[in-house]
Design a binder for this molecule. Structure first.
Ligand code: PEP
Ligand code: MG
Length: 753
């Protein structure tokens, strides 16, 4: 076993001694690589440091040709060393020359070496360099060796920070020299536009001392900090803002579970025993945890890496005695910049000052995204190279529509977005002022506008928008943020809160639409080729009826003495609806048997999301109390066109005559059967589309809170008779779309779309 694994403390001491010694920094670096190579039993050990322009330069090597030092240079992302820097994660491979990213540099002579282990040298949350060991014999390094090299990289980071190896001026000048505007691409996580100054979220990883002088004292520091961190979390959970439960609370509770994770604590204790200071130990373990979690294919579990980042950051701040307030100081109009943010950390920020979030990582299913959405803060994720391109305090514009972040934007861009933000704010204020106006056309036809919700935080919008109820309550969100299956009582509490917030207004609860792309941590899953058409929603529920039964039970409890609306998603045939209804009936009978108060009334409906159901519509309408058209799914199956594929986003138009004819038929059948029909897909939230739908006979639309104002305004300027005639004349056409002619119609008739 290499010394580095068997006697880590000894190596750390020697490294520390070398660094503290005299002589030119470059010479010391040379001695460092020799010492590491010896201890790791590696033929090669090299250190690459970041220079101006994000270039990685070979600064010291044992084993590669000496003339390559200061000559071998590569960009982030270039070659294996560049890959380590780009991902800020270790790379451990047995056959380096066969790796697709291997880039051969003849001046180094490295083609002799097969195995490669590279770890990032991190300083203040950024990659400052890469430490590499290589061996001739192909082998994968053991996890203990990877961990040891990460520890060594931390010690080197200290050396880099305290010497003149790379002039700090060079890097900061470089940042200023890049003063030119940069536009980076990302992925929309929470919709919106924001403009403000960059605030970095990672103050925590400034480890100034890595090697412990007194290991016992470091142990005490670590234990005290763990105890204090738990106390902080308990206080957050007990905070009055969270007293009523909801997703925030669930997130924190999952989080608390991590804070008590025995494996995590043991690793930190071991790291202290190996000779690190308490804060360096936390950081080391975190680097390792992150690297392991990044390898997990499951996006849900991978996202939990940021929960651990959050906790580790908290611990380090406690150990270093930094106050939360110091770190979390936002100024007016701040844009948070980070590799990732934990959900609890996000809740520490002042919502009024936080205008937007830009991340290098992040996914649509992360806890953080759900919390940010509830806070109403736009988020752009997956922006690669973000931390390299932004400096604290710089102006940043986030636009999730175009999925861009503009760093140091030019005056014209700033002015355009300032104007857009002003217009948006003014418009929102206007819509809010109009919330009490009725959604009635000029010729006196009323349209019912309802709201889509999924988080308890959304419920506040019910009053602000003037919606007549909740037309779609997506119950799965609560399940997606929980680490274990939410208990019946927990579910009851959430559904009850929704009914309370709605007061007399209806709330249509949709039973779980999980599976497919909406994964929950507690269900087994297979990799499916077509998750949207796979084992999801009611297909899961009918195969695992207990899940549905408990949910229905919770809904019945929550609605005791009140009106309950339940609907089932992804129903493809009447028989499926009947099977669901039978389960509901059994739960109602069970309630009766227990002598519990039942709901005053129960309305049962289903969603039309699978085209096959349209061919059994007449039979279905005899059995349902209401129908809801989910155009998001329905239209992806109608056109056989994946709703989440960016390449296909503009391929088909929902204002195609085929779509409108189909929907007209569905609405007409429902109206003839006297069954209320609502459209709850995104389509109904766009004023032009909503205009066409109302023209076809639709009278109920359920949409996101922000769309209610614009749709209502359109309705109040609409004359239905003229529109009907106009549509009748166009639905037989075989054009790709009638969008343009509808726009002209709206303009000619003064309809606000
Ligand atoms: C739909 O498919 O239109 C719908 C409302 O459901 P979701 O977007 O939750 O799949
Ligand atoms: Mg759907």
């Amino acid at each position: 076993m290499p010394d580095v694994v068997s006697q880590p403390r000894l190596l750390l001491r020697r490294l520390h001694g070398l660094m503290a010694g005299g002589g030119a920094a470059e010479d010391r670096l040379g001695q460092v690589v020799r010492l590491i190579a010896q201890n790791m039993v590696a033929e090669v050990c090299s250190i690459y440091l970041v220079r101006a322009g994000g270039v990685l330069e070979l600064f010291a090597t044992e084993g590669l040709k000496a003339e390559a030092v200061h000559r071998t240079r590569m960009q982030f992302g270039e070659g294996l060393v560049g890959l380590v820097a780009e991902r800020a994660l270790p790379l451990n491979i047995s056959e380096a020359p066969q790796h697709p990213r291997f880039s051969y540099r003849p001046e180094t002579g490295e083609d002799l070496y097969h195995s490669f282990l590279g770890v990032p040298i991190m300083r203040t949350g950024r990659v400052a360099g890469v430490l590499v060991v290589q061996n001739v014999t192909p082998r994968r390094y053991q996890s203990e060796e990877v961990e040891a090299l990460q520890t060594i990289a931390m010690v080197i980071a200290e050396l880099v920070g305290s010497t003149e190896l790379v002039d700090p001026e060079e890097l900061s000048e470089d940042a200023l020299a890049t003063g030119a505007p940069v536009t980076l691409d990302g992925m929309k996580l929470v919709e919106g536009v924001a403009l403000g100054n960059a605030v970095f979220h990672v103050p925590q990883v400034k480890i100034t001392r890595t090697v412990a002088d007194d290991i016992d004292a470091e142990r005490v520091r670590l234990e005290d900090a763990i105890a204090q961190m738990r106390l902080q979390l308990e206080e957050m959970i007990e905070h009055p803002d969270l007293a009523h439960g909801g997703e925030h609370r669930e997130v924190l509770e999952t989080y608390r579970m991590f804070a008590y994770d025995q494996g995590w604590q043991d690793k930190m204790r071991d790291a202290v025993s190996s000779g690190l200071t308490a804060d360096a130990a936390v950081n080391r373990v975190q680097l390792d945890t992150r690297a392991r979690m990044m390898k997990i294919r499951d996006p849900y579990l991978r996202e939990r890496a940021s929960d651990f980042d959050d906790l580790a950051g908290r611990l380090i701040r406690i150990i270093q005695g930094a106050s939360e307030e110091d770190d979390r100081k936002l100024k007016e109009d701040s844009i948070l910049i980070a590799r990732s943010v934990g959900p609890a950390e996000l809740m520490d920020y002042d919502r009024r000052l936080l205008k937007g979030i830009v991340l290098e990582e992040g996914s649509a299913t992360s806890h953080m995204t759900i919390v940010a959405r509830a806070m109403g803060v736009p988020v752009l994720g997956r922006v690669s190279g973000l931390l390299e391109h932004v400096e604290p305090g710089e102006l940043v514009v986030v636009d999730t529509e175009s999925q861009h972040v503009f760093v140091r934007p030019g005056e014209d861009v700033v002015e355009t977005y300032r104007q857009a933000i002003r217009d948006r704010a003014r418009l929102l204020a206007e819509y809010e002022a109009e919330r009490t106006l009725s959604a009635e056309t000029l010729d006196g036809t009323s349209v019912t506008l309802l709201m889509n919700a999924g988080l308890t935080a959304d419920l506040a919008s019910l009053d602000a928008t003037g919606a007549e109820g909740i037309g779609l309550f997506r119950t799965e969100f609560q399940f997606m943020v929980a680490s274990t299956l939410p208990k019946v009582e927990e579910q009851t509490r959430i559904y009850s809160a929704a009914l309370d917030a709605a007061r007399e207004r209806p709330v249509v609860f949709r039973t779980l639409d999980i599976g497919g792309d909406k994964q929950v941590p507690f269900l087994p899953r297979d990799e499916e080729e077509n998750p949207a058409m796979g084992w999801r929603a009611i297909r899961v529920a009918l195969d695992r009826p207990a899940l549905l039964r408990y949910q229905l039970r919770a809904l019945l409890y929550a609605a005791a003495g009140r009106t309950l609306h339940v609907m089932f998603p992804m129903i493809a045939e009447v028989a499926e609806f009947r099977a669901c209804r039978k389960i509901l009936q059994k739960e109602i009978e069970r309630l009766d048997g227990l002598g519990k108060e039942p709901p005053a009334r129960v309305f049962v409906g289903c969603m039309l999301e699978v085209p096959s159901l349209a061919w059994q519509l007449d039979a279905l309408l005899k059995e349902v109390d209401f129908l809801s058209i989910g155009t998001n799914d329905l239209m992806q199956f109608f056109f056989a066109c994946d709703r989440s594929s960016p390449r296909l986003a503009g391929r088909y138009d929902l204002l195609a005559p085929s779509v409108l004819t189909f929907l007209r038929g569905v609405v007409a059948s429902c109206n003839a059967a006297n069954v209320p029909v609502t459209l709850c897909g995104e389509m109904g939230g766009r004023p032009l589309e909503a205009m066409a739908l109302v023209g076809l006979g639709l009278r109920r639309i359920s949409t996101s809170p922000t769309s209610i104002g614009p749709v209502k305004r359109m309705i109040r300027t609409l004359n239905l008779d003229e529109l009907r005639v106009f549509l009748d004349a166009r639905l037989d056409s075989t054009d790709h779309s009638i969008r343009d002619s509808l726009i002209h119609f709206a303009r000619d008739h003064g309809i606000k779309i």
